[in-house]
Design a protein around this ligand. Structure first.
Ligand SMILES: NC(=O)c1ccc[n+]([C@@H]2O[C@H](COP(=O)([O-])OP(=O)(O)OC[C@H]3O[C@@H](n4cnc5c(N)ncnc54)[C@H](O)[C@@H]3O)[C@@H](O)[C@H]2O)c1
Length: 450
């Protein structure tokens, strides 16, 4: 079976490399010529653990190819997957479907023989229907159900553990309108039958909504534990023990109960906004999600306020060292990361900021290309290590729980910091134990403050 994946980003590239590993012939197409040039030389444009070797294995086995030429790839494909971005539409919070519709038109122009067009992108209810309409209006000679079908197969992989998530998913969701397309998708996921992956077979509409409901629920779970963290701080309770205490209840489950500075990333913020817009469009109530969106936006600002206030109250050196820039460890994705809200707020208050992130550090190629965030970060200083970042700072903030921040030499950190007043250590990921941090004024999330 031949597969074309349109869009070689986080989802398209990982899916392509994994399907090639399963033994399919995969072509990844992207509009971005420099991305394709890099991929053809075995260079991976994103950071995702294990992806480098998987892509190169696929290239070597001649099962994975990259091109800008959509036409040739589509003609010979049995399955075409759309994995383009669906960012928030400027001004109203809806998912922007421009890239999906453009891709649908381009795909239609080259269809040849029965092909299943599958949306892997996260798209609002009814998008598969619209994609089918675009195909029919672009190619009136094609008959839905005979020449092509459109299916929804939302992707649930997480950046940072994307390969494992793709190879060992909790479930596969397949939304089709008939048996013919369903059989093709079943064949595509047959390699996962061995590990007994549950398959949820449904309509495209339900599949589309499952993805938003899943992300909405997870964002809600994070916001819930963050609100409990606020309450713990006021009452002297401990949010980590509270999370354990509720998470052991199988009806609740322990995952996504880590209190922190608010969720970020390329999915939860935009998908919660889009879900809220879908509910408004269909005039139904989705007030839980509306509250989650507002609370999470405010939480990032509150975290900035907490840092600014602590620095002012403690009378420490007005320099804050930020450890971690990405929205979570093991990804280079900065989209909607808490750091992108928090750092400019600190800078606005005439407090200097030094930054170290294992992927964005002084001199790193990635930092040179992070031009989308130039304005937010331009007054901050990037350093080469966590220890360089904390040098002469009055406050250190852990924003991302990268592994290399889990066993920092705390004595060394203290000695490097400005100690004219007791330095602050703000652990927004609860990596350290308060009792080990007595040299500092230590702030954890959702715990009694020392
Ligand atoms: N990133 C994630 O963790 C994740 C997880 C699950 C689902 N999703 C969903 O998957 C979709 C893709 O997300 P992503 O993070 O991979 O996006 P991305 O921005 O990393 O990649 C999208 C790619 O599509 C390319 N593209 C756009 N239009 C094109 C066209 N007409 N032809 C060829 N290439 C085109 C872009 O150049 C880009 O390389 C989104 O809908 C997202 O919500 C993302």
């Amino acid at each position: 079976m031949k597969i074309t994946i349109v869009g070689a980003g986080y989802v398209g590239l990982v899916s392509g490399a994994c399907f090639a590993e399963f033994g399919f012939d995969v072509t990844c197409v992207d509009k971005d010529t420099s991305k394709i040039d890099d991929l053809n030389q075995g260079k991976i444009p994103i950071y995702e653990p294990g992806l480098d070797s998987l892509v190169n294995q696929g290239i070597k086995a001649k099962r994975l190819t990259f091109t800008n030429n959509l036409k040739t790839a589509i003609k010979i494909s049995d399955v075409v997957m759309i994995a383009v971005g669906t960012p928030t539409r400027r001004g109203d919070g809806h998912a922007d479907l421009t890239y999906v519709y453009e891709a649908a038109k381009e795909i239609a122009e080259s269809l040849d023989g029965y092909t299943v067009i599958v949306s892997k992108s996260t798209v609002p209810v009814g998008t598969s229907r619209k994609v089918a309409e675009i195909i029919k209006s672009t190619r009136p000679d094609l008959i839905e159900g005979t020449s092509f079908d459109v299916a929804s197969n939302p992707e649930f992989l997480r950046e940072g553990s994307a390969i494992n998530d793709f190879m060992r998913p909790d479930r596969i969701v397949i939304g089709t309108n008939g048996d013919k397309a369903h059989k093709v998708l079943q064949k595509l996921y047959r390699p996962l039958y061995l590990i007994e992956t549950p398959i949820v077979s449904t309509t495209p509409e339900t599949a589309e909504l499952i993805k938003y409901a899943a992300n909405g629920f997870l964002a809600m779970k994070i916001s819930f534990i963050n609100q409990m963290a606020d309450l713990c701080e006021k009452t002297g309770a401990d949010v980590q023990i509270l999370a354990k205490g509720i998470g052991l209840d199988k009806r609740i489950g322990g995952k996504f109960l880590h209190a922190g500075p608010g969720y970020g990333g390329s999915c939860f913020p935009k998908d919660t906004l889009a879900l809220s817009q879908i509910a408004q469009q269909y005039k139904t109530r989705c007030s839980l999600i509306d509250e989650v969106i507002q609370y999470n936006d405010q939480r990032k600002l509150d975290m900035a306020k907490r840092i600014i206030q602590a620095v002012k109250n403690a009378g420490v050196q007005k320099k804050v060292a930020i450890l971690g820039l990405t929205f979570k460890p093991n990804t280079d994705d900065l989209r909607e990361a808490p750091s992108i809200t928090i750092i400019p707020e600190i800078l606005k208050n005439d407090i200097a900021v030094s930054i170290y992130d294992p992927l964005y550090y002084f001199g790193s190629e990635r930092l040179k290309h992070a031009t989308d965030y130039e304005s937010e970060l331009k007054k901050a200083t990037f350093t080469k290590s966590a220890y360089d970042a904390v040098t002469d700072a009055g406050c250190v903030v852990i924003l991302t729980e990268w592994n290399e921040f889990r066993a920092l030499d705390i004595e060394k950190i203290y000695k490097l910091m400005d100690t004219s007043a007791t330095p602050l250590f703000m652990d927004f990921r609860n990596i350290y134990r308060p009792e080990d941090m007595e040299a500092f004024k230590y702030y954890a999330i959702g715990k009694k403050q020392l």
